[in-house]
Design a protein around this ligand. Structure first.
Ligand SMILES: Nc1ncnc2c1ncn2[C@@H]1O[C@H](COP(=O)(O)OP(=O)(O)OP(=O)(O)O)[C@@H](O)[C@H]1O
Length: 233
């Protein structure tokens, strides 16, 4: 479904990503791990054409994305939840989720009430404004809103950063369940290995903008030196 081949990405003169190859099949869930500054956010932004200058081939559903604008990538079924969440602070939780139908641009969406049902922690908060939520609640809302647009591929940028362990645990179960139910694929950039493992089937590690490991979680476990060398463990 998503095919990234020979991707190089730049901020000005800084060469951040080097010849990245990455594929995510229909409904597949893949984690990208890497230290601070490894290039995880740059990878997701390059896939969305949302910041860095990218060179290389990115195709989605067999179609080359070339210079396609970010909002048109969203219409094809790619949905990015960036690190800064971008919740509408003056809209309620329910209204924030209802906005997803605009991004979907005609593709079927999940009703806001049905999404709320799947995210227990949001249930008591439906009428609250986005700006009144805690960081963890905002993050859950951002993920729920993206899933309400029934993306073909959800791109999540470090959703667990700064969240309490109980929220991280619930988020993992709920993301995995909704993706399995809707068939949505997942490309998850993370530093929290527990969370990444709970949500995905395979893992790619990047270090200074280069892929240094690819495999399923069993092969990740069998290569303990990889985690030691490239991750902050
Ligand atoms: N807007 C920008 N302009 C210039 N350089 C940038 C910009 N954004 C990121 N970088 C640089 O690109 C490199 C990769 O950053 P990126 O944010 O992709 O890493 P990351 O793996 O997502 O890290 P983190 O976990 O800290 O978010 C870093 O060296 C960073 O300083």
């Amino acid at each position: 479904m998503l095919d990234v081949a020979g991707l190089n990405a730049f901020y000005g003169d800084s060469h951040i990503l080097h010849a990245i190859d990455l594929a995510v099949g229909e409904g597949e869930r893949v984690a990208v791990l890497g230290r601070n500054g490894a290039g995880k956010s740059t990878l997701l932004k390059s896939i969305m054409n949302a910041g860095p200058r990218a060179e290389g081939r990115i195709s989605f559903g067999g179609r080359s994305l070339d210079r396609l604008a970010s909002h048109r990538r969203t219409r094809l079924g790619l949905a990015l939840v960036p690190e800064d969440r971008r919740i509408f602070t003056h809209l309620t939780v329910l209204e924030n989720i209802a906005i997803a139908r605009h991004a979907a641009a005609g593709r079927p969406v999940i009703a806001p009430e049905a999404i709320i049902e799947r995210f227990d922690m949001l249930k008591p908060l439906v009428a609250r404004h986005g700006g009144q939520l805690s960081g963890g609640q905002q993050q859950l809302l951002a993920v729920a809103r993206a899933l309400a647009g029934s993306p073909r591929l959800l791109l999540l940028d470090e959703p667990t950063e700064g969240l309490a362990p109980i929220i991280v645990e619930q988020m993992a179960h709920q993301i995995a369940a909704v993706c399995a139910e809707t068939g949505s694929g997942l490309l998850l950039c993370e530093q929290n290995i527990w969370f990444a493992r709970a949500c995905t089937d395979s893992v790619t590690i990047i270090d200074t903008g280069r892929v240094v490991f690819k495999g399923d979680w069993a092969s990740f476990d069998a290569n303990a030196d990889v985690a030691k060398r490239y991750l902050a463990v």
